[in-house]
Every structure is written in structure tokens, then in C-alpha cells.
Design a protein around this ligand. Structure first.
Ligand SMILES: [Fe+2]
Ligand SMILES: [Fe+2]
Length: 180
């Protein structure tokens, strides 16, 4: 898969880099990273969309804790999207426009009944699990190639692990009460 957008020239000054991911010889690695970061960017954007809907739709007393947690997460996921976008630019990529977006989170669509909080909790866990799996792949690829991206994604990974752990706790409670 080729780059969707023409990358910005990496060396349009006479002070070209000889080391690191911004060097001319790292062009292929850089392109691969930009592709991965673009996918991560879209995952965050879709998560923001899904969490907004799922923080508004739920009904019932029990839903309030979930709503509040999702409201906090929305801000964090938005921050992640911005960080991925900024790193795409630093690697001479272009942050894509909305027409490139393809939705994938079938599991985070609104449930049939808006008191079905377990559906939301399970959907969030699935989204966070997907993020954790993919960010680990980026971290692995970036190892020895781009430690700055690796460092950033490790930081974001920790947030996702925290989100997942929190919602696992919610699910445990529902299971303990025979509701999940
Ligand atoms: Fe995120
Ligand atoms: Fe998350």
C-alpha cells in the first residue's frame, strides 16, 4: 500500500540528517510508521465518536458511573488522536482528511435497549483491547528505529491499559451480581 498523500520532502535543506528516523535512508521505515500512526489516529477518532454516543445514550441509575468514566476517556482519546497526528507530521506524513475514514467498531454501536450497560462495558473493553494489541505492534516496530515514536506510544498504551482495567472492574461487578 503506497502513501495516500505525497509526503513532504524530508531533506529540503543542506543539513540532512545522518542518524535516526528523519534521515534520508530511513525513508521506508518512516513510511511504514506513518501508515501505522495513521491507523492509530483513526482508531482514536472512532473511539471518540463511539464514546460520545455511549456517554449520552445510557439510561438508569447504574449508567451514571459508566457515563462519567467515558466522559473522562473521551478527552484522553482526543488527546491521543492529536499526538498521533502530530507525530505523523513530524515524520513528514500528512494527517488524513475525513473522507479517508472507515468505521470498524461494530461492537460499540448503541444497544437495542439503552439500559443495557453491559453491552457498553463489553464494547469499551473490546475497543481498548484492540488499541492495546495494535499499539504493542507499533512499539515493537519502532524498537531500534524510532525511539521517540516508541516512547510516545508506550505512554499512550499505559492510558489504554488503564481504561481497559477500569472497565474490566465494572464488568466484574456486573458478573458478581449475575447481570453479565
Ligand atoms: Fe486512546
Ligand atoms: Fe482508551
Amino acid at each position: 500500500m503506497g502513501a495516500r498523500y505525497r509526503p513532504v520532502m524530508a531533506t529540503d535543506t543542506n543539513t540532512s540528517l545522518r542518524h535516526g528516523i528523519l534521515s534520508e535512508e530511513s525513508g521506508e521505515d518512516r513510511e511504514q510508521l506513518v501508515q501505522m500512526l495513521t491507523k492509530a489516529y483513526w482508531m482514536e477518532i472512532e473511539t471518540v465518536m463511539s464514546y460520545i454516543a455511549n456517554s449520552i445514550n445510557p439510561d438508569g441509575v447504574r449508567a451514571q458511573e459508566i457515563i462519567e468514566s467515558l466522559e473522562t476517556d473521551i478527552q484522553e482519546e482526543l488527546g491521543h488522536a492529536r499526538r498521533f497526528g502530530e507525530r505523523i507530521k513530524e515524520l513528514y506524513g500528512v494527517v488524513p482528511g475525513s473522507l479517508d475514514f472507515h468505521a470498524e467498531q461494530s461492537y460499540l454501536q448503541p444497544p437495542d435497549d439503552q439500559v443495557d450497560i453491559v453491552h457498553v462495558i463489553k464494547g469499551v473493553i473490546e475497543a481498548e483491547t484492540g488499541a492495546i494489541e495494535f499499539y504493542n505492534q507499533i512499539i515493537e516496530f519502532a524498537d531500534g528505529r524510532d525511539l521517540v515514536t516508541q516512547d510516545m506510544v508506550i505512554d499512550i498504551l499505559r492510558d489504554e491499559e488503564g481504561h481497559r482495567r477500569l472497565f474490566e472492574g465494572f464488568l466484574r461487578e456486573y458478573k458478581a451480581e449475575g447481570l453479565a
